[in-house]
Each structure stands twice: as C-alpha cells, then as structure tokens.
Design a protein around this ligand. Structure first.
Ligand code: SAM
Length: 222
C-alpha cells in the first residue's frame, strides 16, 4: 500500500516546480491560481519512476498502457480555459496518471474523473488515497460523460475526440464550459471551448492546435 510518507517532495522538486511555473508564465499562462496549483502539486507523485530528469520538463511523457501524462503547459492551459470558481463541480474525462485531477482539486474544485483503463484508475486512486484527498473516480466509457452525476460547472476532456459529443454539452449547467481537443487522432488537433449559453444553445471557440491520445469508446475513436 502506498503511504503518505512514500510521497516525497524535496527542495530540488520544489525548485524545479518554481522554474516550471516561470516557464509556463512565459508561454502565456496568466491565471495566478492555475500557476499556484502547478507550483503546489508535486508532479513526481504521478510520474513513472526512474525518469527523474523528465518530471519537470514541459512535455508529455509515456505512462503505462500506451497512455501519457499530459504536458504541464496543456494541463495549465486547459485548466485556465475552464475559468474555475471555488467548489465548482468538474468532470475530467481521462484520469490517466491523476495529475490533471490533482491540479483541478488544488484549484478548489469538486472533481469527478472517468478512466477507461482500470489499472491506470487504480494506480491514481492509490496516490489520491495516500495524499488523503477526495476525488470521485469512475471506471468506464467517458465519451458518454457521467450522466448520473450531471450537471457539471465544467467538463475537461484529456483525450482527442473525433467530434464534440453532444452528451457533454447536455451534462453542463447553463453557463458551464466544456474544454475538449477535437480532430484526427493521428494528426494535429484543435482545442475547443464550448459554453452552454441556454437550454438549447452553445457557443463554440476554436483555440490552439494541440496533440492528445485518442478518446476511445462509443462516441470516441473506435
Ligand atoms: N489527464 C491525464 C493526466 O493528467 O495524466 C492525461 C490523460 S491521457 C492524455 C488520456 C487518458 O484518457 C488516458 O488515460 C486514456 O486511457 C483515457 N481515455 C481515453 N478514452 C477514454 C474514454 N472513452 N473514457 C475514459 N477515459 C478515456
């Protein structure tokens, strides 16, 4: 069992995080709360062991089962786009390593996260347990959202969808935001932000190019 004492955060890690925060600031992340969350959450707890020199590089990195822990810039950028308020109820699709969920929690959100690959979910769960934090984890096809727990203030999708699944916008509160990479899983994709402006209407912003692993499942890539 992973224990709290196994979660190490040295002065070197803390210094590396400070440098990462200043790198993200230079790359355009401006939300102080997001920068604080990146500065406070130890990425090494979610990172594969034996690759210490890569933990605080601003790059995605392979984790088990052909998946990745997202690039810190991407985590910060997607989080910034959500415009979170304390206690917002947020759904993350693609728990992966658990790092993005921990950043959302550090922003003061109530976090729900869905993962397709059970061993990844179990590993993230062990880390959250050792941290002593509450994140609601679910195993299953996140392309369908999490209808039993909707509506959400925000939904963030950390895998690339072929198109925006309507299931997500329907599970947002009015005024809620969906941040999702969309496009061809093999090519450069586009980050999109969709705001639910009324019961029937949404507003779409087409943002930066990005690169994610594919969203699987019934409304994802087959
Ligand atoms: N948020 C993660 C982090 O901080 O490490 C990054 C996740 S990785 C880029 C994308 C994740 O989405 C993978 O773990 C993958 O298994 C998961 N995924 C893909 N399709 C999914 C689906 N339909 N439902 C739930 N999770 C899915």
């Amino acid at each position: 069992m992973l224990k709290k004492t196994d979660l190490i955060d040295t002065l070197i890690h803390q210094g590396q995080r400070k440098r990462l925060v200043s790198e993200l600031t230079k790359k355009g992340i401006a939300d102080e709360k997001v920068l604080q969350a990146i500065g406070n959450v130890p990425r090494q707890w979610f990172f594969p062991t034996d690759f210490d020199q890569f933990i605080y590089r601003d790059a995605a990195f392979p984790i088990d089962h052909g998946q990745t822990i997202s690039q810190p810039y991407t985590v910060a950028y997607q989080t910034e786009l959500l415009g979170l308020k304390p206690n917002d109820k947020v759904l993350e699709i693609g728990t992966g390593s658990g790092y993005q969920a921990a950043i959302l929690l550090a922003m003061g959100a109530k976090v729900y996260s869905v993962e397709y690959i059970l061993p990844l979910l179990k590993k993230a769960n062990k880390i959250f347990k050792a941290m002593g934090v509450e994140i609601q984890l679910f195993h299953g096809d996140g392309s369908l959202g999490l209808p039993l727990h909707a509506p959400f203030d925000s939904i963030v999708v950390t895998a690339c969808a072929p198109a925006v699944p309507e299931t997500y916008t329907k599970q947002l509160k009015i005024g809620g935001k969906l941040v999702i990479p969309v496009g061809d899983a093999e090519k450069v994709q586009t980050m999109m932000r969709i705001t639910r402006v009324s019961e029937t209407q949404t507003q779409t912003e087409v943002l930066q190019p990005c690169k994610f692993v594919p969203l699987k499942g019934s409304l994802g890539w087959k």
